[in-house]
Design a protein around this ligand. Structure first.
Ligand SMILES: C[S@@+](CC[C@H](N)C(=O)[O-])C[C@H]1O[C@@H](n2cnc3c(N)ncnc32)[C@H](O)[C@@H]1O
Length: 279
């Protein structure tokens, strides 16, 4: 498990680059190491498909440093055991163009499909357009869902759940949830209905739970309850990502229908405590 280092420096190619805080490296380590253990453990049994619904341009710059790193999509393409197929999506057309040029240059051998759509609108199309060899054989998907905010619709998770899909999702519980709490719980705001896939969460939102620390747990528990109804098990411990001041900004939450997926995640999570590089 330690042989693959997801933190991979890369040179500037003049195409689009996204700026991230240095704490994003913890996210890259977790997703990269999960992909590594997943592809090495499952490679001979399934057709493995990597799904990245919020893929970004492929390269990030760590703020306040000159360092450029591969992002989730290019990390997943750099694994020692490759996925059989990659499906990448971003709603920004420039972002998708940059990613495509990078894949063509760095990984011309990979089987991939790129989409330029809203992540909440693209899943049906992705499944309809999978290469035929994946339809007749046994596809097993790993979906990385990495939005900036709580913009993911539960309906999207529901669509993914129709297939064998293990899911790692970034939940911007503090960065978006707590920051916009007043707005999101106001009566006519649909944001959390869409995020949880129901509207009866309002019945369970007591005054206590609106207290700041409790609201994060409320959001997380409600999402977990919704996804459990689809047959998923939730990893008990989520990976908490903090900024340089130690304040929580988001969680990475893992879901699978199978114990093996949860075992893989727990192994990787436990090994992810090493400090990220401070350049
Ligand atoms: C957090 S960034 C990407 C992160 C990338 N996975 C990484 O490893 O750095 C989120 C990306 O999602 C895109 N995005 C935001 N909202 C979206 C939506 N509703 N559908 C598809 N892409 C979206 C943005 O253009 C941005 O590139």
């Amino acid at each position: 498990m330690n042989r693959f280092n997801p933190i991979q420096n890369i040179e500037n190619d003049g195409l689009e680059i996204m700026e991230v805080g240095n704490w994003a490296q913890k996210k890259y380590k977790l997703v990269g190491k999960y992909c590594d253990i997943f592809t090495s453990g499952m490679k001979n049994k399934w057709d493995l498909v990597y799904l990245d619904l919020f893929s970004g341009p492929g390269i990030v710059k760590i703020k306040e440093t000159p360092n450029l790193l591969k992002n989730s999509a290019l990390i997943a393409m750099s694994l020692p055991n490759s996925f059989n197929h990659y499906v990448l999506n971003d709603y920004s057309s420039n972002t998708v163009k940059s990613l495509q040029q990078r894949i063509e240059r760095l990984h011309p051998d990979k089987s991939y499909q790129l989409y330029n759509e809203d992540a909440n609108q693209v899943v049906d199309k992705i499944f309809d357009e999978l290469p035929t060899y994946l339809k007749i054989s046994k596809p097993l998907f790993f979906a990385f869902i990495d939005p900036f905010s709580l913009s993911l619709h539960f309906e999207t998770i529901k669509k993914l759940s129709a297939r064998q899909v293990d899911i790692l999702v970034l939940h911007a519980l503090q960065m978006d949830g707590v920051r916009n709490m007043g707005h999101y719980i106001s009566e006519n705001n649909p944001r959390l209905n869409l995020f949880f896939g129901n509207s009866d969460w309002r019945l369970r939102l007591t005054e206590e739970k609106v207290a700041k620390g409790q609201f994060v747990k409320f959001l997380s528990d409600e999402f977990d309850n919704s996804i459990r109804k689809l047959g998923y098990k939730a990893a008990i411990i989520k990976e908490r990502i903090t900024n340089n001041q130690g304040s929580g900004i988001y969680y990475l939450s893992f879901y699978s229908k199978h114990e093996r997926g949860l075992d893989f995640f727990e192994k990787v999570r436990k090994g992810n405590n090493d400090q990220f590089e401070l350049f």
